[in-house]
Design a protein around this ligand. Structure first.
Ligand SMILES: [Zn+2]
Ligand SMILES: [Zn+2]
Length: 140
């Protein structure tokens, strides 16, 4: 299944082939900062499966996991497009909000629940990791 996506202003578009290696919801502090206090919801794809048009701005942070995370976003509207970890440079973590409707993806795993605020509502049916989980099968 091919998926498409776009930022809020339309300057950045995505075209994704192939299925994600895994999907996750992340409650780390840095994700809360870029996601207005909530978690980020993400799908990991191989770099070569994600084609992006339009300019991206980027920034890097030292992630709670100890890795360096580069995150990319539309410089015009600020929509987060994807992140990329120094631990797995062959993967990109695409923000589900950047995908067009009908993408059919949902978080399968919730991570960094130790950092979630006490009002967070976390699906009890999902597997949880209080901190950084091991990489999903097929990520290496
Ligand atoms: Zn934009
Ligand atoms: Zn996070």
């Amino acid at each position: 299944m091919n998926r498409t996506g776009r930022c809020a202003c339309g300057a950045v578009t995505l075209e994704i082939t192939g299925e994600p290696i895994g999907t996750r919801q992340c409650w780390c502090r840095q994700c809360q900062q870029i996601a207005a206090g909530g978690p980020t919801n993400n799908a990991m794809f191989k770099v070569e499966d994600v084609a992006i048009t339009g300019d991206l701005a980027s920034s890097t942070w030292a992630a709670a996991s100890g890795n360096t995370l580069t995150f990319r976003f539309c410089p015009s509207c600020g929509t987060q497009i994807h992140g990329q970890s120094s631990a797995r440079p062959h993967l990109v973590t695409v923000r589900l909000g950047a995908l067009d409707e009908g993408h059919g993806l949902r978080p399968e795993v919730v991570i960094w629940t130790d950092d979630a605020p006490d009002w967070a509502v976390i699906d009890p049916a999902l597997e949880r990791f209080p901190r950084q989980p091991p990489p999903p099968p097929g990520a290496s």
